[in-house]
Design a protein around this ligand. Structure first.
Ligand code: MSP
Length: 514
């Protein structure tokens, strides 16, 4: 089996998870499940980024140790995963020894190779971003952009990693591997960024300024810069698992592409003589009213509220259907309700109920054997073949929103087929030809539902399991043998009903006065 290693960014534990974090997990999970269905040996890693100034500061504000604070918030991030039905194989915390050990090894190796040197730095420092700034980072009027928070001028001796010497190597690498970053326009942005000369990267923070980090193995007076520590999680989590590195795809948001993932990370690996990952998948942002959803702007939606109201599958469906991977998307409750009602309840939910209900009424609860397909059946089968042949490459190219759209088109066509055949009319006739057509139509709608659901399995795993179970069917783990129209449901006993996507309850009214 081909190894396929996929990671999410690891989240800062300085606040609760919000919809942006949840989206990234769901997107990565859909890819992981899709690749498993394609027969790959998938390893899916997610986790938390626990060191650094932000966490130290949040812990201080609460009057507890950074470790106690990180334990608490990490548990919250971890608890979200099963609620979203995420199928990760591992969860890494950067405070774990398995991670710290690798960070120390890589630092020591780079130091021994002469890639790290000590120098005095004089300049501006952003506490919020934990990074040193240059004049080119200023606004045109000379002030510092808001994202940097408070900027102070400091003089400090620190350790630097020789990034600059690898600039040309990185440009050549990206030019030769034009599919390293998806979508491609992001790769072009990175090459644009690399037109300016790179500075060496300051990878240390003096202990007196920042306690909460991994001490440098060659100088205990310093801790490691949080990005140098965090990026290595992708490697430290699998360093002792043969065959996984470098079969990796990193799923990240656009805010952390340049410079950390597109510049520091490839150069760190190359300098440490490690192979580069297969690629970076860069998604856009969930916005609210045009602004990035985030803790600091206070416009963050709690995914748990939506899951409690609509279920994990509906949440997963919405974010994957709505977001064109790579673009930004505005989140509105109205749009969520439109998709929930029209696509899930009225289209898919309706097909499930019709299939169960009619098989119960007209087929004594068992899916019949289909007769020879007539024109209507042939059309639907041809649409199935087209849909499947389009959906697979769309998923391989991360175009999940289009893949769902095509699949839902096939579900809509199946509902239209049912209208056309009108089994409720055929059921009233005792003509043998009508009875045959009735059996064919029941078998056809069930087969169509089974196949449509197979394509939705990665996006709505729980709903897919429930639908298969009420159809009396248990699919295999891979798609190899699932996507052919072959009437395999004949004889399966169906359940009478299944409420998959209940209508949302209107807001509770105040109780009437007695
Ligand atoms: N800790 C760093 C990542 C280190 S990876 C070695 C970090 N953490 S974060 O908590 O701020 O963000 C984690 C991920 O969530 C990032 O990929 C980020 O882009 C994503 N999102 C945070 N807010 C988002 C939205 N509003 N919309 C979509 N995703 C966004 O950065």
């Amino acid at each position: 089996m081909k190894p396929f290693y996929i990671t999410t960014a690891i989240d800062y534990v300085n606040g609760s998870p919000h919809l942006g974090h949840a989206y990234e997990k769901v997107l990565t999970d859909v890819i992981a499940r899709f690749r498993r269905q394609m027969g790959d040996r998938v390893h899916f890693l997610t986790g938390v980024d626990e060191h650094g100034q932000k966490v130290q500061k949040s812990a201080k504000a609460r009057g507890i140790t950074p470790q106690a604070y990180a334990d608490e918030v990490s548990a919250e991030f971890r608890a979200l995963l099963p609620k979203l039905n995420i199928s990760n194989n591992d969860f890494i915390r950067t405070t774990e020894e398995r991670h710290k050990k690798v960070v120390r090894q890589v630092l020591q190796q780079l130091h021994d190779q002469g890639e790290i040197y000590q120098a005095e730095y004089q300049g501006f420092y952003s506490g919020r971003q934990e990074q040193f700034l240059q004049d080119k980072d200023r606004n045109p009027d000379g002030s510092w952009p808001e994202i940097y928070g408070e900027v102070t001028e400091i003089t400090e001796t620190n350790y630097f990693f020789k990034l600059r010497g690898y600039q040309q190597w990185l440009v050549d690498f990206l030019t030769q591997n034009e599919n390293f970053i998806f979508p491609r326009f992001r790769q072009k942005q990175v090459l644009e960024f690399l037109k300016e000369p790179l500075n060496d990267l300051c990878i240390s923070r003096p202990r007196e300024r920042l306690e909460w980090g991994i001490p440098l193995p060659f100088d205990a007076g310093y801790v490691t810069y949080v990005w140098f520590d965090a990026l290595l999680n992708y490697y430290s989590a699998v360093a002792d698992q043969p065959g996984l590195w470098p079969a990796a795809w990193h799923v990240i948001g656009k805010d952390i592409l340049v410079p950390p993932h597109a510049v520091y990370w490839p150069i760190m690996l190359h300098a440490a003589k490690l192979p580069l990952p297969h690629g970076l998948l860069v998604h856009g942002w969930w916005l609210q009213g045009g602004a990035k959803m985030s803790k600091s702007t206070g416009n963050a939606l709690n995914p748990l509220d939506l899951i409690a109201e609509f279920g994990a599958d509906a949440f997963r469906y919405f974010v994957i259907r709505e977001m064109n991977v790579g673009q930004d998307s505005d989140f509105t409750r109205e749009q969520f309700l439109v998709r929930y009602n029209s696509e899930l309840a009225n289209n898919l939910g309706n097909l499930v109920n019709r299939t169960l209900n009619m098989t119960t009424r007209f087929g004594a609860g068992a899916i019949p054997v289909a007769g020879a397909p007539a024109e209507a059946e042939q059309e639907l089968q041809a649409l199935w073949t087209r849909t499947r042949d389009e959906v697979l490459p769309l998923c391989e190219g991360f175009q999940f929103h289009s893949a769902i759209e095509r699949t839902m088109g096939f579900i809509t066509a199946t509902n239209a087929y049912i209208e056309r055949r009108a089994p409720w009319k055929l059921g009233k006739s005792s003509e043998p030809a009508d009875q045959e057509l009735l059996r064919t139509s029941l078998a056809t709608m069930a087969e169509s539902l089974r196949l449509g659901v197979a394509l939705l399995q990665a996006v709505m795993p729980a709903a897919a399991d429930r639908i298969n179970s009420v159809l009396g069917y248990r699919p295999g783990p891979s798609w190899m043998n699932e996507l052919t129209w072959d009437g395999r449901l004949a004889g399966c006993k169906v359940a009478e009903a299944l409420v998959l996507f209940p209508r949302p309850q209107p807001a509770a009214k105040a109780p009437a006065k007695p």
